[in-house]
Structure formats: structure tokens, C-alpha cells
Design a binder for this molecule. Structure first.
Ligand code: FEO
Ligand code: CA
Ligand code: CA
Length: 614
């Protein structure tokens, strides 16, 4: 053990000296703050107003650049976007729709560069009614054409995009960049880990159960210390068609929130039979995993890492145990579902990137039980231990992972109010969990203290220090506390808990994605305007006299959601994903904004923006 610890200390020094992947404020933490202050100094700006508008708005002194939009060409041979000329072939060569998780990885790998890198971006789901003129949300699945379905399949998944900041400070895409890549909802994805090849993952098209077709519902994600990206499949029910009561494993389908559907929400099953679970009942089991992508190896197939469990994966943010093993924090974004943590069997090897290639295939998945004494215990989901036995329907570890939720039920995990952002602060090592809410809760528990939690809250977990004096993210138990209870501070019924100086614009509800700048400030995006009427991006300290004092920093365009605040290592650029502008319009004739370009005849386009000073 001591050899491991001193080895890790050496790796930390080496990595930081080289500006590589483990030091706070470097590639590992993302960060900074679009402001030039360093840790400990105040980050001042004039707070803006929260309001739904066709355009977006920032505090004075900051500007935003559009880095890339839905349909922008990634490859030299790809055409420019034109809503009148969409095709499946061009969609495969262009940036996808509904950008969500966004990671910045400096180029070259391990360099710590803040003006050149790769953006790895999720494309969560299509909005066909806002992609194809004439298509309405009413009757969408029945009316969508085969070409339109294939454009949607190509527009979902993940994009890898080389970006660069020029001498004038403008971020732009390197069209035709060597790493540029599209992974779509029909890209072959390898299945690895304990559930690979499991009989419940085998299908007619893949009798070995080792390759799935595509990834979809890619919500948030995470970066590993060795420079790969984890993309999270957050539920899959919308994409499939079939009858739940005819399914051989009806209970599992219901737990995954499948409902009877003739064509699936987007009509994909009308043209692609693997989305029909009446015909292919094991197909759904091949989704709702965490997928690892190596953006620095465009030839490497993405891999579904089954050791990280199967549920509505929101994000997969990494930290280190004191002995150098990698820890991945995993939230299951559904009401009454759980918070998980994966800990690898072996430590990360920062000297040999290839040695980490299958690190996420061996390790322990554990689920959180929050006790009223302020302790959170990590309960391991290990086949053969406790109730996870054949008597309870688990024949092997593959079964435990395919039915992660049922296994966690049996261990007595704490049911949560929809866990979304779940991420360690790179400066303090404390871990924050954003819970968007749970209007169906009738029985509070210590970590979800409000019945009918309509506004959400944020928890703080505090790992104990390990022998190296650093927070040990691999410890069996942590301390925890409530950090923020969302709601209107002026309405006693909401029982909100913010800093006493929180302004009229500063309070928020339904926290979703979170991120940290290099100074350790917490950035929070809301999802679901709720009683605020509009989503936004807020920033706050987690330590000092202004701990828990949020201020509104960015007001996105109407009916859009900000996702995934991600900083360059120097903190000078904040990348932000703006998803689904004007989402509640029934069709393109009724959209409320043309953001970001307001080009005549063209639709609003989800886009990744860069926020900088100036
Ligand atoms: Fe895709 Fe949990 O939001
Ligand atoms: Ca989310
Ligand atoms: Ca959400």
C-alpha cells in the first residue's frame, strides 16, 4: 500500500509538472471561470435578469461566441447546413442535434493547452418537429419518413470536434481535423465487462451479445484521468416500440419506464426492426450503459462498460481513491432512484495510457445509503454477497448489473429525488449532487428532506482524507450534508435554503448539470423552468463567507436548457451547450426564436458556445 501511495504522489508531481491529467485546474478538472481571478479572489460581475427572450444574455464584460451548431460540417467534404437539403448521408458528416454533455480535452494530449483541443459532445435526442419543415409533434411517429428517421439516427450519438482559438481570440472548428468523428445511434459499439456476452444481451443480429448497434439518449458524461470520455445512456424507452405486457421480463421493462408504444416516440421502429422489442426483446438490455470513447484514436470502437451498471445514467465524473484507483460517480436520473460509485480494481497508470484501456471492466459498483447521522455508506453490489444470490434471481454478476436497480433495492439504498449532476470539486475534493426534484415524494428521508420536492436540492459529500492527506474518494463511507434546498427564498412554504444574501435573480430551482472552475466555484444549470419560468446558469462559492450564494451569469434563449459548463485549463473560456431552443413549439412554423443566427428560412439550432471576457 505504501508503495502505491508513494507511486501516486510521484505520479501527481509528474503529471502536474507536465501539465497533464491529474492536477486541479488542469485538464482533469476542466475549469476556470471566464474570469481572470485566481482561487480565493472574488469573482465579481453585475448579475443579469432571468427572463425568456429570443436571444441570450451575459453580464457586461463577457461575450459569447458560437463554436458549433447542429448541422455544421465536421469533415472537408461535408456541406454547410441547410434545412431544405438535409439527408442521412450529410447528417453523418455534420455536428449532431441537441448537444448536451461537452468535454474539452487539450491538444496535444496531456498538454494543458487552453486554445486548442477536442470538444467531445453528446447529442441526446432528436426533436424531429423542429428539424423538418411540415412535420408536427402531433402524429410525429406515424408521419415521419424513412429519410427523416435516418437523419435523426445520424444526428444522435456523439461528436468529436477539433477546435482552436485564433490570434483574435475567436474559437472555431477545424473542419476536417484528424480527430473529427461522428458516433451515431447506429455505430457498432463493443460491449465489455461482466455482462458482455450475457444471454440477456444476445440478439438475432448479435448472437454473441458482444456488439450493440448505436448509442442514444447520451445525456451527461465525464472525462477519465487517462483522457478518454464517458458518455452516458440515460434511459432508452423513448426510442423503442413494443408491448410491455408481452415482454418476457416485464418487471425489468417497467422498472426501466417502458410503456406500450406502436412506433416509439420518434418512429424509428417503423423502419428499423431492432427498435421493436416485441421482435427483439433483449435489445433494450443493450442500452442504459456508460460508453467509453477514446477521442484520440478515431479507429477505436466505443465500448459499453457494463461494470458501471445499467440504469438511467446521467453522468460519470471521475476522481481518485487515495491508492490511485479510479472512482466514477454515477447518478440514476429518475425519481426514487439511486446514487452509485464505481471503484476500479487496479490503480490508474499515468505513465502508460494503454494500461488503462480496460480499467473500467474490473471493479466494484456500490450504491449510496445516506444515514441521518450525516454518514453516507457505499454498499457494494457484488454477486453472491448478501441478498444478491440465485434465490433472488441473480445467477451471476451480469444479472446484478443488468438489473442494477433491483439489486440496489435489496441492499437498502436511499431512494433519491432524481440525481443529475454528481461531481467532485477539484479544489476541495467535496462531491456535489444536484437533484432536480421529485413531486411524487410523500415520505422524506434525511438526504431528500422535503415531501413533494418540486424544486430540487443539492447535497454535499465529504470524503475522509486518505494517508496521502488528499480526499479519499475510494473510502467506504463519507460525511454528507444538505448544501442547498431550492425554491423561492421569500416563500416559507418552499422551505428553501440559500445564503441569506441571495438576490432576486440568484435563486434557482431544478438543478441539473453542474461544473467547477479552477478556483473551485460551483456552476449550476437548471433544467425545467418550474416556478422561475426560465432556465439559466448560476455560479457560487462552496467555501468562505459566500458559500451557497448563487448569482445568475447566463440567460439562455427561450425554451432552451444550458448543459455541461466546461472550462479550458486556464479558466479563460467557458464552453456551454445550449440545447433545444424553442423546444415547446409544435413545429417549425411556430418557433419563438431563430437562435443563434436568426437566418431567414432556417430553424433555431442547438449549439455549443464559448463564453470569454470581452
Ligand atoms: Fe438528460 Fe437527466 O437529463
Ligand atoms: Ca441532464
Ligand atoms: Ca434533466
Amino acid at each position: 500500500m505504501s508503495a502505491l501511495l508513494s507511486r501516486r504522489a510521484l505520479l501527481m508531481r509528474t503529471a502536474c509538472a507536465g501539465g497533464a491529467l491529474l492536477c486541479a485546474g488542469s485538464a482533469y478538472s476542466g475549469v476556470a471561470h471566464a474570469a481572470s481571478e485566481t482561487a480565493g479572489q472574488p469573482f465579481e460581475f453585475d448579475e443579469i435578469a432571468l427572463e425568456p427572450r429570443a436571444g441570450d444574455r451575459l453580464p457586461i464584460g463577457y461575450t459569447r461566441q458560437v463554436v458549433i451548431r447542429w448541422g455544421d460540417p465536421l469533415f472537408a467534404d461535408a456541406p454547410a447546413f441547410d434545412v431544405a437539403r438535409l439527408s442521412p448521408a450529410t447528417a453523418r458528416r455534420q455536428f449532431g442535434i441537441n448537444n448536451d454533455y461537452t468535454a474539452f480535452l487539450p491538444l496535444p494530449l496531456g498538454s494543458g493547452s487552453s486554445d486548442h483541443g477536442l470538444l467531445v459532445v453528446n447529442h441526446e435526442y432528436p426533436n424531429p418537429q423542429l428539424m423538418f419543415p411540415g412535420l408536427d409533434v402531433a402524429g410525429l411517429a406515424e408521419n415521419i419518413t424513412r429519410d427523416q428517421v435516418d437523419i435523426c439516427i445520424a444526428a444522435c450519438g456523439v461528436s468529436v470536434v477539433e477546435v482552436q482559438r485564433d490570434a483574435a481570440g475567436q474559437w472555431g472548428v477545424v473542419q476536417g481535423g484528424a480527430y473529427n468523428r461522428r458516433i451515431t445511434a447506429d455505430t457498432p459499439i463493443r460491449i465489455s465487462g461482466p455482462a458482455a456476452g450475457h444471454p440477456r444481451l444476445r440478439t438475432a443480429a448479435d448472437p454473441a451479445g458482444l456488439w450493440a448497434l448505436g448509442t442514444h439518449d447520451n445525456c451527461n458524461g465525464g472525462r477519465t484521468p487517462w483522457g478518454t470520455v464517458l458518455t452516458c445512456e440515460e434511459g432508452s424507452a423513448d426510442f423503442f416500440a413494443g408491448h410491455v405486457d408481452r415482454h418476457p421480463d416485464r418487471a425489468l421493462m417497467e422498472r426501466s419506464h417502458y410503456e406500450d408504444s406502436a412506433h416509439g416516440r420518434y418512429g424509428w421502429a417503423r423502419f428499423h426492426e431492432h427498435f421493436d422489442f416485441d421482435r427483439h426483446p433483449n435489445e433494450p438490455n443493450r442500452f442504459e450503459w456508460v460508453v467509453e470513447i477514446d477521442p484520440f484514436d478515431p479507429e477505436a470502437p466505443p465500448v459499453k462498460r457494463t461494470a458501471l451498471g445499467r440504469f438511467a445514467h446521467e453522468g460519470a465524473h471521475c476522481a481518485l481513491a487515495a491508492d490511485g484507483r479510479v472512482v466514477v460517480y454515477l447518478g440514476d436520473d429518475y425519481e426514487f432512484e439511486y446514487c452509485y460509485r464505481f471503484t476500479s480494481q487496479r490503480p490508474v497508470d499515468m505513465q502508460n495510457r494503454a494500461a488503462n484501456r480496460d480499467l473500467l471492466d474490473d471493479g466494484v459498483l456500490a450504491v449510496a445509503r445516506f444515514d441521518g447521522d450525516g454518514t453516507v455508506h457505499w454498499l457494494p453490489l457484488i454477486w453472491g454477497q448478501g441478498p444478491l444470490t440465485p434465490e433472488n434471481g441473480f445467477a451471476n454478476q451480469g444479472d446484478v448489473l443488468i438489473e442494477t436497480r433491483r439489486a440496489a433495492d435489496l441492499l437498502g439504498a436511499t431512494p433519491m429525488d432524481s440525481p443529475e449532476g454528481f461531481e467532485p470539486n477539484p479544489v476541495t475534493g467535496h462531491v456535489y449532487i444536484a437533484l432536480t426534484g421529485n413531486g411524487d415524494r410523500t415520505e422524506p428521508n434525511p438526504a431528500n428532506p422535503r415531501a413533494a420536492n418540486n424544486h430540487g436540492h443539492i447535497l454535499e459529500m465529504i470524503p475522509p482524507n486518505g494517508a496521502n492527506g488528499q480526499p479519499d474518494h475510494g473510502a467506504d463511507s463519507f460525511a454528507w450534508d444538505v448544501f442547498i434546498l431550492c425554491g423561492d427564498p421569500k416563500n416559507p412554504q418552499d422551505q428553501a435554503q440559500f445564503h441569506a444574501d441571495t438576490s432576486r435573480q440568484g435563486w434557482f430551482v431544478e438543478p441539473d448539470n453542474i461544473g467547477f472552475d479552477p478556483a473551485g466555484r460551483l456552476w449550476v444549470c437548471s433544467d425545467g423552468p418550474g416556478i422561475r419560468g426560465h432556465d439559466g446558469l448560476w455560479v457560487m462559492d462552496t467555501t468562505g463567507p459566500k458559500r451557497g450564494l448563487p448569482r445568475l451569469f447566463y440567460n439562455p434563449p427561450i425554451q432552451s436548457e444550458c448543459c455541461s459548463p466546461a472550462f479550458t485549463p486556464d479558466g479563460q473560456t467557458l464552453f456551454l451547450s445550449i440545447q433545444h431552443p424553442s423546444e415547446r413549439a409544435a413545429n417549425l412554423a411556430e418557433v419563438l426564436t431563430g437562435w443563434p443566427d436568426f437566418a431567414p428560412g432556417q430553424p433555431p439550432r442547438p449549439a455549443v458556445i464559448a463564453i470569454v471576457r470581452g
